[in-house]
Design a binder for this molecule. Sequence first.
Ligand SMILES: Nc1nc2c(ncn2[C@@H]2O[C@H](COP(=O)(O)OP(=O)(O)OP(=O)(O)O)[C@@H](O)[C@H]2O)c(=O)[nH]1
Length: 339
Amino acid sequence: MTPVVLLTGFLGSGKTTLLQRLLTDPTMQGAAVLINEFGEVGLDHHLLDRIDDTVVLLKSGCICCTVRGEVAEALANLESLRTRGEIAFDRVVIETTGLADPYPVLQTLTAHPVLRSHFVNGGVLTTVDAVNAARQVDHRDEAVRQIAAADRVILTKTDLADPAMVVNLRNRLSRLNPAATVVSAAEPVGTILGGFGPATFMGSFGTAVHVCDDRCDHSHDHGHDHRAHHHADLGVTSFSLVIEEAIDWTMFGTWLTLLLHRYGDRIFRVKGILVLEGEDRPIAIHGVQHLVHAPTHMDHWPEGPRHSRIVFILEGLSPDLIRRSFAAFTGLARVRTAA
Ligand SMILES: Nc1nc2c(ncn2[C@@H]2O[C@H](COP(=O)(O)OP(=O)(O)OP(=O)(O)O)[C@@H](O)[C@H]2O)c(=O)[nH]1
């Protein structure tokens, strides 16, 4: 039986960053990876160094919408490729979206007639952002459920957080999920993974809880325009900007900082790949609520046209406001929403 490790955690909490590190560990060399993203332009697979047939980007959407379809199909596909000898893997890591409810995924593993004879729950790793988690846990069920499902919590961004806040957060985590061990992301990978596996404790919510079916807007399943993927009753929208001209970094950085300063409460996540004036490599940018992370150079250009793409995940904020603000601030005329 092949273990499936679920890597979950709220938007921007450091899942992809952790995954990148985990994949360097010898125990993870044989791992197949499934990545799911909320937002119609998947970027995470471009941010990973390893790109081969065992890294699968699930179509856009959130895992809670697609779990019974795409995740199951992707796992079954991996299994049949392995049976035919076309690929080899000894475990699977699924990186969920930052808004995913992990329980349906775990349920699929145990209930699916085919998958359950090949795959087994290999444990749930949940990243928790030391800077933003308190607010996320206060306001978002998904954040609480991801923590409740964890076998191990990885505390990220402790280098950016006030130490007193980190102590409070650790106390809160142990109340939310006393069975999970809490490890700092700053620890070596060996420590993060040491002794890791599924606990017998399945979290106080049980496996029968399912957030999504009645609350998702499934218009994207029916070929409607879903350029702004919308979790209707959750009030969360994603959209992206595509910019064809090279961008001036000073102007962009100022705009993003001001935007997150003013609207960070309602901007869960910004991430993008930028084409900057005077730079021959793409730049990855990340923002989480009021926090703007340092930009990083990427090693290679993603496939497709060399345009900047910026994905926003918003709660109760109009994409139009952001689009207009960007166009006004940068003076760039050719800003469009991704199709
Ligand atoms: N300083 C610091 N930055 C971190 C840490 N972990 C992650 N980050 C930064 O946080 C930003 C978001 O990290 P990601 O790994 O993309 O987060 P994610 O959970 O995959 O994001 P989504 O897939 O959008 O939900 C990036 O700029 C990372 O470099 C950490 O421990 N310390």
